[in-house]
Design a protein around this ligand. Structure first.
Ligand SMILES: [Zn+2]
Length: 258
């Protein structure tokens, strides 16, 4: 066998023994993984190439236990937007975050209520300049410059878990154009609902979750409110966080004059 023969010699997975692909599968600190075994890892597990075969064995045992918990998971509440949702099992005091409509088949990592450390709302604003054509047909700026805005809504969750410490939820699917519309308001309220409910969970005020879900369901079904900085945040904020917290994180505050 020449050099090429050695290069493409198939190696075996150190977990299940099956042959890896021609590139040798996923490398570990002291071995390798086939594709099937790699697919069983949690998406939150990072730095796989620095883990040992024993680390991966432990992790896969955890993943098998997790799959059993997923089967037993009962959804008391599903909260979220068009993309990621927070699923809560009140009886077992567990939660799942998933963007998959088919989440039961993806073995999402289950978190116990007491693993939730914190959460934070982040609304990312993107702006694109709108230009006009001058007499020569050349694109030029307006004076003052004009922009189009679009938004993405995220909730970042800090957790106390054995192999990851944070996860993020993207609330909207495609980005939201503009801030003065129902879609923005809906994404904003859903993001806020998730933060408030996660706060109830980490503050061990879970008896208020039912009321909070009802409150936000009504809010989301009510006609859109006029955005007025002076009343909007005190009106919306119901449970844990301050007026200033939500005002600070809402890009709308920069676009309206009061
Ligand atoms: Zn394998």
């Amino acid at each position: 066998m020449g050099v090429l023969g050695n290069l493409f010699e198939r190696k075996n997975c150190d977990i299940c023994g099956k042959q890896t692909n021609i590139f040798g599968g996923t490398k570990l600190e002291n071995g390798r993984l086939c594709k099937d075994c790699a697919n069983k890892l949690s998406p939150y597990l990072s730095g796989v190439k620095h883990l040992t075969v024993d680390d991966i064995r432990d992790h896969l045992a955890y993943r098998e236990e997790n799959a059993e918990k997923v089967k037993a998971f009962d959804v008391s509440y599903a909260i979220g937007g068009k993309n990621a949702k927070l699923y809560i099992d009140m009886e077992k005091q567990q939660l799942i975050v998933s963007s998959s409509g088919n989440w039961r088949n993806t073995n999402p990592d289950i978190l116990n209520f007491d693993q939730i450390v914190n959460c934070d709302l982040d609304i990312k604003e993107n702006r694109t300049e709108i230009k006009k054509k001058d007499e020569e047909g050349k694109e030029v700026s307006y004076d003052p410059k004009r922009y189009e805005y679009s938004y993405n809504f995220y909730v970042y969750i800090t957790v106390n878990a054995s192999f990851f410490n944070s996860l993020s939820m993207k609330i909207n699917s495609s980005s939201v154009d503009g801030y003065d519309n129902d879609e923005y308001e809906e994404c904003y309220l859903v993001s806020q609902e998730i933060c408030e409910i996660l706060d109830l969970i980490r503050n061990k005020e879970t008896d208020l979750i039912d009321e909070a879900v009802e409150y936000y369901t009504n809010r989301l079904n009510a006609p859109k409110r006029a955005y007025n900085k002076n009343t909007y945040y005190s009106d919306t904020r119901k449970y844990s966080r301050t007026y200033d917290y939500y005002l600070e994180r809402d890009p709308r505050k920069n676009h309206y004059k009061f």
